[in-house]
Design a protein around this ligand. Structure first.
Ligand code: 13P
Ligand code: SF4
Length: 307
């Protein structure tokens, strides 16, 4: 299968980008595995003609917005992020209309239509810097910052930055419903010397038990330089494959094996090959939406990641 895939990739001049939550079989064939921000940057920089995006719909859409002349394929069109569907462009317009001077900070886990209605995007690795950047701008004292759609990331950013925001009520079912404080305490009982790392999509009770809160990409870099040998990982379990592969001398324990994103796991090796053979499941964004969404993503790419 891998030989066939490499031949196809060459013929199509294709690159495979994969989010860290993908299954091991996808990590092993990807040209690059990373977090949302890193994948956006790769999509913007690549000179490949085809990007096979192993992740969820909004990520492939972001790649297409950044590289409109490239063909972006999502191997399973049903791989969507439920959090991204928790706010629509219509709802956002209505919410904005309730404020005099709204400035919208949109987590990239949103549709292109929602990004088009936003002022700046962020990922979990640069959200604090994005909000600080907005708050440092002129007329900042008269503006109302609207943070969408994740309430947990929003609350985390608000506490960490000290900047008051209005926060939408969306959430990630995988992080919010399955990574629970009692599981963290249980894991700590079994691994008392482990450092607890949590993704900011986790609920605040989990965040307050964590030693450090960080995006998946920052987590991957952090464990390599930490002096700790054991880590309790509070995010989707797909990341464990990369953490273990890159850090053979260290131990990684999930808060719970229940933390799996069913949509990320819809992408399989067979679907990647099928998409490339048949050049199917193209993601594209209407030009008027793309141009507006591009501005908010471009602003995000100018903001540095934390950590
Ligand atoms: P990262 O920005 O850490 O890649 O997270 C994206 C995501 O969907 C987390 O659930
Ligand atoms: Fe969306 Fe959560 Fe899956 Fe990330 S883990 S893609 S936020 S449902």
């Amino acid at each position: 299968m891998n030989e066939k895939l490499n031949k196809l990739k060459k013929e199509r001049n294709a690159i495979i980008l994969a989010h860290v939550y993908q299954s091991p079989e996808i990590h092993d064939i990807a040209d690059f595995v990373g977090d949302s921000l890193e994948l956006s940057r790769k999509a913007a920089q690549t000179d490949a003609d085809v990007i096979v995006f192993c992740g969820v719909h909004f990520m492939a859409e972001t790649a297409s917005i950044l590289s409109p002349d490239k063909k972006v394929l999502l191997p399973d069109l049903n791989a969507g992020c439920p959090m991204a569907y928790m706010i629509t462009a219509k709802q956002l317009k209505e919410w904005k209309s309730q404020y005099k001077n709204p400035v919208v900070v949109a987590y990239v886990n949103t549709s292109a239509a929602v990004k088009a209605e936003s002022d700046i995007c962020c990922t979990s690795s640069n959200a604090i810097n994005a909000v600080k950047n907005i708050a440092a701008g002129k007329n900042a004292k008269d503006m109302d910052i609207l943070f969408i759609p994740d309430r947990n990331l929003g609350n985390y950013v608000q506490t960490a930055s000290g900047i008051k925001m209005n926060i939408w009520t969306g959430f990630c079912p995988t992080h919010h419903n399955f990574i629970l404080p009692e599981y963290v305490l249980e894991a700590k009982k079994y691994h008392p010397n482990a450092e607890i790392l949590a993704h900011p999509e986790c609920r605040s009770e989990v965040v307050s038990l964590a030693d450090r809160v960080m995006s998946t990409g920052v987590m991957c870099r952090y464990v390599a330089k930490s002096s700790a040998k054991d880590f309790i990982i509070g995010t989707e379990t797909g990341i464990l494959y990369k953490l273990r592969k890159d850090n053979p001398g260290k131990n990684f324990y999930p808060v719970t094996t229940l933390a799996q994103c069913p949509n990320m796991k819809k992408i399989t090796l067979a679907k990647v090959v099928d998409a490339l053979i048949n050049m199917k499941n193209t993601i594209s964004v209407p030009d008027d939406v793309r141009q507006k969404a591009y501005l908010s993503i471009h602003k995000m790419l100018q903001i540095a990641a934390q950590g």
